[in-house]
Design a protein around this ligand. Structure first.
Ligand SMILES: Cc1cc2nc3c(=O)[nH]c(=O)nc-3n(C[C@H](O)[C@H](O)[C@H](O)COP(=O)(O)OP(=O)(O)OC[C@H]3O[C@@H](n4cnc5c(N)ncnc54)[C@H](O)[C@@H]3O)c2cc1C
Length: 400
């Protein structure tokens, strides 16, 4: 599956941070994590912390799947508004999912501090603005329910949004928990830390056969080597849809564009992630070097042919939309890219056991806040492995 176009910004910016070997022997770890993106890095870190013997495997180079294409906005907010999620899973359950997002961002902030990671993690605010009057009425109700569950929100009038952000809107919810990060760097930093603690990591190692019939799981690589383990944790991103009969997500393509450094925006824009109520939504955030990233313009079809042309067309469209809502912005594009994206029917991830695979767990953090979901997977997976109940697991289960 084509996960992204070649010019993903984080890969260009950071280059190849570390190299990892190809698996060229048979091994017997307790747990095999398939996927060396941000999800695999976060989950394997949680497993190493719990003293499991872990091997991490990726068929690409580490971090070169979706992880190098992400715009890395870390939000507690789910693509499905709380008010709609409440209709799907009940109000208490929906609020629990939203609150877990807040907890996950704080957990990641704690990890970055504890491990002294240099992954450009920054705590931010999140501004969710109404793109028209109808959306504003619904957003007001969304604000009320979030306020009821003490999610740290304020309502900003259109004039306040304009004064603070220079943005044209019909009002907005300002949330006090959000963050941004360089997910590609974070992935490598976590993996490097755990290699020092004994974790084995192999990239360019494609798992091409899997046998779940016995007591143990047998994975076989394209080179014919075997990994015999007790459990497999699939952190294999959007490609996981290819090995599941259950339809867990719709896949499409999404676009992003980044400005040259030093773009002039209001001060509040620098500490806030911004997104809107349009469908598909438009989003933006600044980086530490003073660039502005804009993203959105999702297309339903997975664009293979004419990808370059389509990407350029979409980057222009994103810029036009930005200029409409931020009059006077001088956005000079430095790079643009596109990547595969997935959304689930309720905006929630799939984390846990699938009835299709014995001795396996999945962490599929699909949606606009996939990384926040991957952080949540740390507790869910370690709880499930330890045979403990996890309240969130029921909302994120397969077959729901
Ligand atoms: C343009 C864009 C913007 C985005 N913006 C945001 C955002 O602002 N915030 C956010 O939270 N999320 C965002 N996302 C989503 C985010 O990128 C994903 O949620 C995240 O990168 C998923 O990480 P992952 O580790 O699960 O997947 P990946 O990084 O794709 O890693 C999965 C890995 O599994 C490996 N793999 C698959 N099958 C096998 C196999 N058989 N054998 C060995 N290895 C295998 C792959 O090679 C891959 O490296 C965005 C995505 C895109 C494309």
């Amino acid at each position: 599956m084509r996960l992204r176009t070649y010019e993903s910004f984080w890969l260009l910016k950071n280059g190849l941070l570390y190299s990892y070997p190809l698996l060229e022997k048979n091994i017997k770890p307790s747990i095999a994590v398939i996927g060396g993106g941000i999800t695999g890095a976060l989950i394997s870190d949680a497993l190493v912390e719990k003293h499991y013997s872990v091997v991490l495997l990726d068929k690409r180079d580490i971090g070169q799947g979706s992880t190098s294409a992400t715009t890395s906005m870390l939000q507690y907010e789910i693509d499905t508004p709380l008010i709609d999620l409440a209709d799907m899973v009940g109000e208490e359950g929906a609020a629990a999912c939203y609150k877990e997002g807040v907890r996950a961002i704080n957990e990641l902030a704690g990890l970055v501090k504890k491990y002294r990671l240099k992954c450009d993690f920054e705590k931010k605010y999140s501004l969710y603005f109404a793109h028209n009057k109808t959306a504003a009425r619904k957003l007001q109700r969304e604000f009320e329910i979030r306020n009821k569950y003490k999610l740290g929100v304020q309502w900003l009038s259109p004039s306040k949004v304009k004064a603070d952000y220079g943005l044209i809107s019909e009002g907005a919810i300002l949330s006090d928990t959000a963050a941004s990060v360089d997910a590609y760097k974070l992935t490598h930093e976590l993996i490097q830390r755990n290699i020092k603690k004994g974790m084995q990591v192999y990239d360019q190692t494609d798992i091409t056969a899997m046998d779940f019939k016995g007591q143990k799981v047998k994975l076989t690589t394209a080179e014919g080597f075997n990994i015999i383990c007790d459990k497999v944790i699939f952190c294999s991103g959007f490609e996981s849809t290819e090995i599941l009969k259950e339809k867990v997500a719709d896949l499409f393509f999404t676009y992003a564009s980044i400005s040259e450094p030093g773009i002039k925006v209001k001060k509040r824009m620098k500490d806030t992630l911004v997104w809107n109520t349009a469908d598909p939504y438009l989003y933006m955030r600044t980086t530490g070097e003073g660039r502005l990233i804009i993203g959105g313009e999702d297309t339903e079809k997975h664009v293979e042919a004419g990808q370059q042309k389509q990407k350029e067309k979409k980057a222009k469209k994103l810029q036009q939309k930005l200029e409409e809502i931020l009059p006077g912005i001088h956005f000079i594009e430095d790079f643009s890219w596109a990547g595969t994206f997935g959304s689930t029917k309720d905006g929630l991830p799939y984390i846990g056991e699938s009835p299709e695979y014995k001795n396996a767990l999945f962490v599929l953090g699909f949606g606009g806040n996939g990384i926040t979901f991957s952080v949540q997977g740390r507790k869910i997976i370690t709880d499930l492995l330890a045979g403990k109940q996890n309240i969130l697991a029921q909302f994120y289960r397969f077959g729901r």
